[in-house]
Design a protein around this ligand. Structure first.
Ligand code: VAH
Length: 313
C-alpha cells in the first residue's frame, strides 16, 4: 500500500484521490497534521506529524507500506515568515522519511522539489536541468538541500526515490496556502466570486506553471517508470505553461468579459517571484520517461472556470 504524508495540501489531496482511483481506497493510507474536513467512507486517514519519527515508524509497522509519498512542507511565502520552522519541517521531515525508508526497505519514495531551487543567477529562460542554483528563499534552499539528500540516499543506500521540480500548480479543488504562485489560483476563485482580482505580483511577472491534472498524471507516470530509465535522482525539471498575471487576466476576459484585474505593489512575494525562472526546460523528463503536459493556457482557463462556477455557486 501507499502511505501519503501531507495528504491535505493542494497537491497531496489531488494526488491521493488519483492514487485511490488507481490502487483502491484500502491501498492508500493518507495522513496529515490534522484531520481534513471530510473523510469519505472507505478512505483511510491517520493524523501524523512528520517531525515525530516514532509516529511515522508506528504507521509503517501498522500498514507495511511499499511506497511513501512525502508532500508535507511549508511553502515559499510562509517560509519567509517562519524560516527556522520551514527549515525544520522541510528538512527533518524528509530526513525522517529517508532514514525510515532505508530501515524498513520501503520500495519507492516520492518527494516534490520545486522551481524554487533556482535563484537570481540561474538562467531565467528555458532553465536547464543543471545550472547555477542559488535559491534565496528558505523554501528554495530547503528544496535544493532536499534534492542533494535524495540523490545521496539513492547513491549510498540504493533508495528508489523519485522527484520532480513542480512549477506553480494551478487547481480548483483545494485552495493552496502560503505560496508565491498562489495568485494564479486565487485569480480564478475571485473572478467567479467578485468579477475582479488584485494581483500581488506585477503584471509582467512571468512564472512557470502547471495544471494540476498534468502534475498528478506526470507524478504517477514517473512513479510507474522503469527505474533503469531514470538518469536524474535529484529532481526532474517539469514544465507546463509560463504566463504573466496580465496574460492570465486576458485569458479569463475571453470567458468573463467584465473581469477586471488590478495590481498591488511592494508585496514581499514579488522578490521571491523575481528570483525564480520565467520558463523551464524539461527535455530530460521527456526523454527519460515520456513526460508531456497537455493543458495549454486556454484549456486550463476554461477547465478552472467551468469547475469553479459549479464549486462556488
Ligand atoms: C510556492 N507553489 O509558491 C509553491 C511552488 C514554484 C512555486 O513551490 O511556494
Amino acid at each position: 500500500c501507499i502511505l501519503m504524508i501531507g495528504a491535505n495540501g493542494q497537491i497531496g489531496s489531488e494526488l491521493a484521490a488519483a492514487l485511490r482511483l488507481k490502487f483502491g481506497n484500502e491501498n492508500v493510507i493518507t495522513s496529515d497534521i490534522r484531520e481534513p474536513q471530510a473523510i469519505a467512507s472507505g478512505e483511510i486517514f491517520e493524523t501524523l506529524n512528520v517531525l515525530d519519527k516514532e509516529a511515522i515508524k508506528a504507521l509503517i509497522v501498522k500498514y507495511k507500506p511499499t511506497q511513501i509519498y512525502l508532500l508535507a512542507a511549508m511553502l515559499s511565502a510562509t517560509g519567509e515568515k517562519y524560516p527556522q520552522k520551514a527549515w525544520d519541517l522541510n528538512m527533518n521531515g524528509l530526513l525522517n522519511v529517508l532514514d525510515l525508508a532505508v530501515e524498513f526497505g520501503i520500495k519507492k519514495i516520492f518527494w516534490p522539489s520545486s522551481i524554487a531551487v533556482f535563484g537570481p543567477h540561474s538562467p531565467k529562460v528555458d532553465t536547464p536541468q543543471y545550472c547555477v542554483m542559488d535559491p534565496n528563499s528558505i523554501y528554495g534552499i530547503s528544496k535544493l538541500a532536499g534534492e542533494r539528500l535524495c540523490e545521496y540516499y539513492h547513491e549510498k543506500f540504493g533508495l528508489d526515490i523519485r522527484s520532480v521540480r513542480y512549477p506553480g500548480i494551478i487547481s480548483w479543488r483545494t485552495e493552496p496556502g502560503g505560496g508565491t504562485t498562489d495568485y494564479a489560483v486565487h485569480i480564478f476563485f475571485e473572478a467567479i466570486r467578485q468579477g475582479k482580482y488584485t494581483s500581488f505580483l506585477s503584471e509582467g511577472t512571468e512564472l512557470p506553471m502547471l495544471y494540476m491534472d498534468d502534475a498528478v498524471r506526470g507524478t504517477i507516470e514517473l512513479m510507474d517508470a522503469d527505474p533503469s530509465k531514470l538518469s536524474i535522482r535529484s529532481s526532474y525539471n517539469l514544465a507546463g505553461i509560463s504566463f504573466t498575471p496580465k496574460e492570465i487576466a486576458e485569458e479569463i476576459k475571453k470567458i468573463l468579459p467584465n473581469f477586471e484585474i488590478s495590481y498591488s505593489d511592494n508585496d514581499p512575494r514579488q522578490s521571491i517571484a523575481d528570483s525564480w525562472p520565467k520558463s523551464i526546460n524539461d527535455e530530460q523528463a521527456r526523454s527519460d520517461w515520456g513526460w508531456k503536459p497537455t493543458f495549454d493556457l486556454t484549456a486550463m482557463t476554461k477547465d478552472m472556470l467551468d469547475n469553479l462556477k459549479i464549486k462556488l455557486q
